[in-house]
Design a protein around this ligand. Sequence first.
Ligand code: IPM
Ligand code: MG
Length: 360
Amino acid sequence: MATKQILILPGDGIGPEIVTEARKVLEAADKKYNLGLSFDEDLMGGSSIDAHGVPLTDSALAKARAADAILLGAVGGPKWDKIDRAIRPEQGLLQMRSKLELFANLRPALMYPQLVDSSSLKPEVVSGLDILIVRELTGGIYFGQPRGIRTLDNGEREGYNTYVYSESEIERIGRIAFEMAQKRQGRVCSVDKANVLEATMLWREVMDRLAPEYPDVELSHMYVDNAAMQLVRAPKQFDVLVTGNMFGDILSDAAAMLTGSIGMLPSASLNQHGQGMYEPCHGSAPDIAGQGLANPLAAILSGAMMLRYSLNMAQAAEGIEAAVGRVLDQGLRTTDIATEHSTKVSTQEMGDAVVKELLA
Ligand code: IPM
Ligand code: MG
């Protein structure tokens, strides 16, 4: 069997600790299912700035291009907040997304029955929740030109960005949403601000144009402010939510929290060829870094998504996901999802427990 090259980018803050656990679990899956995985590591974000002066080196980018899949921890932290905005840690992540054309960001918000009490919402509102947010990741206001901070004639400074989407960009992310819905409950809700922003009027038009090609999928539209409200009011009404880069950033954090902790949510960022970068939805959490407090499950579940979407190893992915379920059944919890009756474990103990269940 040909080996599959996985590039690991631990990043900053809690990134290295959670990725260590995810790698352990992937290595255990490799052993159990004989997957032929091989691993390489490189720097991205603040750690790369410290070592090389830039958040993403050409050589790390070249390794990423050559890899079958990339597993990322998280980037950023207060240490690099004051540096020139062109080389902030986040720029490494944005460049990676853009250069590899990872336009399709899949962020599933899945409620584990064991964690219903960890949600800040009532159990009946969230139990059984299973939403997929499809976020456009390489366009919109994150990348639109012109952008910058300029000085006006009166000496005052002005910041500006451009919210722009072409028809082809909307169409390709729309198709991903429809295709995902076909494998789920068959419903797509497209989120926009078409009552105000022209770019999203076009977004709505393109989604409507695509809909007849997917007669088995029901398409609806919702303004983003209402979508934010509906997510905390009655989130189970949603199956697939598709939206632009910035709205998706915001709504996916809200959706994550419905499930009890953002520390549980994996994500996949895919390009047209199925190559992908996999990362937890949470950030680098510098406040808890290095203390064994971080929840590694989002990173571990990102590893499972990688096996499923980029490496065509669904059985191993299911094995990891089932092992995570059994560890939660045992009552093991990191601090973020701990309750009165659970057993509190560290980052490393959680990773070890998943490996043990996987190999059992
Ligand atoms: C995310 C993050 C990133 C984003 C940051 C770190 C640039 O919040 O992946 O959701 O805004 O896309
Ligand atoms: Mg975000």
